[in-house]
Design a protein around this ligand. Structure first.
Ligand SMILES: *Cc1c(COP(=O)(O)O)cnc(C)c1O
Length: 461
């Protein structure tokens, strides 16, 4: 399988090259040349597989340059760090199936992809010789999942910038109690936006980027999407027995990464995966896109589901490419026009296509808290992101059609929001409780490009 760019500006490359490239060199996003449709026999066989076995089979269809034995070992190692034998178990609460994606080391769904990506980076650097200094800014969640993905790995250092004293106590501890020698936590005396601007400036400094082999772990890496395709197929095959019909999914959405993985899974198995419900919080860029046909940046609103407080969806371009019948020229023109005007509008025929690919709903703050309360009374505690998805999932659920709602974080990670809904904070799971007594390590630095640059240069591999 070769990989191409949504903007058509690079010659086809291998899977490993696509993983190491991250963002395509022409500014586009990387995609496989083809997404193969699976036949009935394959799906019937896959129904019998464990999560790890299924992950190996799915990856094998998209990986052209890693020997099967090595790939299998990478998959096994990545999911050994999960604390549930099924990796992503399903729990049925009334008519809804909740797909729990939070059994990894940082208790959020990003672990499913980042545990794999960390192992993959280490493997490829060892194989091809090389080093990498990962640099990222976080408002809380992605940082810890990235740190856990690469802690202790050879030939990789990671620098994560978080705004000092502006992330939750749990989020801070999840990052700063990782004291492996290759992990550098920078507590920035500034805001998340300051951190992001500094990271952007360092990546744009091509001399600096090359000299220190800067790498990113943001959600545009194809390997992250690929790892997420697995649980859609896994869940659908578990919910529907042999010979049985489709399954709908509801997905709490921020950067469009997770739901794009669902889109890929549906292209592989259109008889198995039905409706994809795109659920947003009040940052409704994407639900407006689906329901009104306009894609226009607004201001970020802070909500109870902060990991979805996003106003530019970094994976949107991948969908756009399919929406434009895989025409790289049209995709490039649209993205360039978006970059200059901050908005895109779509013609009626295109809007109809979008409407047949996704259903969408914005779920407000009150509705989110109410959903947490309602499910708490049923004996199941939702985190606020999951609650957004469950609300939308219930609104689109149809009789006789199973609805799977993706649970993207453990409720204890967002204890404040849960307490606002039900009056008390959830009990901390052992892994989080143990963190409270651990040594934590971070460096407080000024929100100044030169200061950060000098720090990274000093500790980079
Ligand atoms: C990142 C994140 C999301 C949004 O996922 P996208 O791939 O950005 O759409 C939802 N919930 C939680 C808890 C997250 O951390």
């Amino acid at each position: 399988m070769k990989y191409i760019s949504t903007r058509g500006g690079i010659a086809p490359i291998s899977f490993s090259e696509a993983v190491m490239m991250g963002l395509a060199d022409d500014g586009g996003l990387l995609l496989p040349e083809e997404i193969e449709r699976l036949d009935r026999e394959t799906l019937d066989h896959w129904r019998t597989l464990s999560y790890r076995q299924l992950a190996f089979e799915v990856f094998s269809r998209f990986v052209d340059d890693i020997p099967p034995y090595d790939l299998k070992e990478l998959v096994d190692r990545s999911y050994d760090s999960f604390n549930h034998p099924e990796i992503t178990p399903l729990v049925k609460v009334d008519a809804i199936h909740i797909l729990e994606l939070f059994h990894g080391p940082t208790l959020a769904f990003k672990d499913v992809a980042l545990q794999f990506l960390g192992n993959l980076f280490e493997y490829l650097l060892k194989k091809n010789g090389g080093r990498m200094n990962i640099l990222g800014a976080t408002s809380g969640d992605t940082g810890s999942a990235a740190i856990y993905g690469v802690r202790g790995k050879d030939n990789i250092n990671i620098f994560i910038i978080h705004p000092h004293q502006r992330v939750s106590r749990i989020q801070e501890l999840q990052m700063t109690t990782v004291t492996d020698a290759n992990v550098f936590n920078i507590a920035l005396a500034g805001t998340f936006d300051d951190g992001q601007a500094i990271v952007k400036a360092l990546f744009n400094d091509l001399n600096f980027k090359d000299k220190y082999c800067l790498g990113a772990v943001n959600s545009i890496n194809w390997a992250r999407i690929l790892a997420q395709v697995v649980y859609y197929l896994y869940a659908a095959l578990r919910v529907r027995g042999e010979g049985g019909g489709k399954v709908d999914f509801s997905v709490p959405t921020g950067n469009f990464g997770d739901i794009f993985a669902g889109f890929v899974a549906r292209r592989m198995a259109p008889d198995l995966i039905g409706r994809l419900v795109l659920a947003t919080n009040e940052n409704d860029l994407l639900s407006r896109f689906v329901n009104k046909g306009e894609y226009a940046v607004g201001r970020v609103t802070h909500t109870n589901s902060p990991s979805m407080d996003i106003q530019v969806a970094s994976n949107f371009e991948r969908y756009l490419y399919y929406l434009f019948d895989r025409d790289p020229k049209r995709t490039r023109e649209a993205m360039e026009s978006f970059a200059s005007s901050g908005r895109l509008e779509f013609a009626e025929n295109i809007r109809e296509r979008v409407g047949s690919d996704f259903s969408a709903e914005m779920v407000g703050e009150e509705e989110t808290l109410a959903m947490i309360r309602t499910y708490n009374q049923k004996g199941y505690l939702l985190d606020p992101h999951t609650a957004v998805g469950v609300r939308a999932g219930l609104d689109f659920a149809e009789k006789g059609m199973p609805m799977v709602c993706l649970a993207t974080a453990h409720p204890a990670k967002f204890g404040d929001a849960v307490a606002r809904a039900i009056g008390s904070e959830p009990v901390l799971p052992d892994a989080l409780a143990a963190m409270l007594d651990k040594e934590s390590r971070y460096e407080v630095l000024a929100a100044d490009l030169e200061v950060i640059k000098e720090y990274v240069a000093r500790y980079a591999l």
